[in-house]
Write a protein that binds this ligand. Sequence first.
Ligand code: NAD
Length: 251
Amino acid sequence: MRFQDKVVFITGAASGIGRDSAIQFAKEGGHVAIADWNVTGLEETKKLLNEYGVQVQSFQLDVSNYDQVAQVCKQITADFGRLDIALNNAGIGAVNNFRTAEHTLEDWDRVIAVNQSGVFYCMKEELAIMALQGSGAIVNISSIAGLRALPRQIAYVASKHAVIGMTKTASSEYAKFGIRVNAVCPVFTNSPMLESMFSLREDLRSKLVHTIPVGRYGETSDIVNAITWLCDDESSFITGLALPVDGGQTA
Ligand SMILES: NC(=O)c1ccc[n+]([C@@H]2O[C@H](COP(=O)([O-])OP(=O)(O)OC[C@H]3O[C@@H](n4cnc5c(N)ncnc54)[C@H](O)[C@@H]3O)[C@@H](O)[C@H]2O)c1
């Protein structure tokens, strides 16, 4: 099994891509530390993980709070003794779909705090632990919005571009410590996040799929496959990559 006895930390694990990644890592032998600010969803994920016979710890965490992130990472090293893989996946979209001039400051601050500062806070702690070990793999979840424009989503686009910049910077700083840092850039993917966008704009459900050359929305399994490959030794020569998983949308 690819992740036998590896210790894996996943943020945003209460639903969608984070939950399905946790399940895949556990299926392949990884011990998982799952975190999210949604405790109910987190407990459901924990129940799903219990059948794989691996160690599981769950943490209520707001990734935009640095002290909480530092405390959780400290607890992970106390409980598991090490940290081999980190998936910085927690993310949100703006509440309002406004053009830039009307984009609210509240939306800007919330989205940047979670999607951008949250990834920085997590990497800051994870890299310190992994550098002491001399090994590790980090995957940050960006988006096609980290690679191109997404109208009416200026904060989301800024935060996801920042995730790629931080990924590249950390990858070049930490390659010599045996740590690889990559990003995955999903296109619209069936998950609670996409459903909440469609619930505000039902017309987009039939429209956006035509922007994807492969002709369908992403599934969480498409994204999980890319994440696990980037965490496996099969990709040991790959670091600093922002990998589109997008059915050809950004080609
Ligand atoms: N689904 C898509 O179409 C899509 C496309 C591109 C990128 N993404 C990115 O993929 C990642 C996962 O999204 P998803 O589609 O699985 O959505 P999701 O809403 O199902 O999952 C996101 C998870 O992050 C958690 N979260 C949000 N803010 C948090 C915070 N401050 N602290 C801790 N946890 C927090 C949520 O509670 C939720 O469980 C996000 O970063 C998202 O931006 C999603």
